[in-house]
Design a protein around this ligand. Structure first.
Ligand SMILES: [Zn+2]
Length: 112
């Protein structure tokens, strides 16, 4: 059996992430606005929820910029699916604990 060591790039799906996190922030913010019309308790909880929504939105935008495409391939030693780092880096197979290098869109056995 030949092992296909070609590396595939996995897209983190930025648009879906943005839509999901943005929606959560909007919902929490709306609840905060509604709470603000309730005397005393709402005046305390409402702004808190709005601040929380703001933090979620900020954290989410930061997360989008931090999200990097990741690479997956098959271990050149045992053929198990393996996660690889950026091109030029080396990784370790979770299944057989042997090292591999990621370059030229493939995973290569490390010369021991
Ligand atoms: Zn392996």
């Amino acid at each position: 059996m030949t092992i296909d060591c070609t590396v595939k790039k996995t897209d983190p799906g930025r648009f879906e992430m943005f839509a999901g996190g943005g929606l959560a922030a909007v919902v929490i913010f709306s609840v905060g606005v509604f709470m603000s019309v309730v005397p005393v308790i709402g005046w305390i909880v409402g702004p808190g929820l709005m601040i929380t929504a703001g933090l979620i939105a900020i954290g989410h935008v930061v997360g989008i910029f931090r999200a990097k495409p990741s690479y997956t391939g098959h271990c050149p030693n045992c053929g198990a699916p393996a996660a690889a780092g950026d091109p030029g880096s080396v990784g370790m197979c979770e299944a057989c604990h042997s090292g591999f290098a990621h370059h030229d869109n493939q995973l290569w056995k490390l010369e021991a």
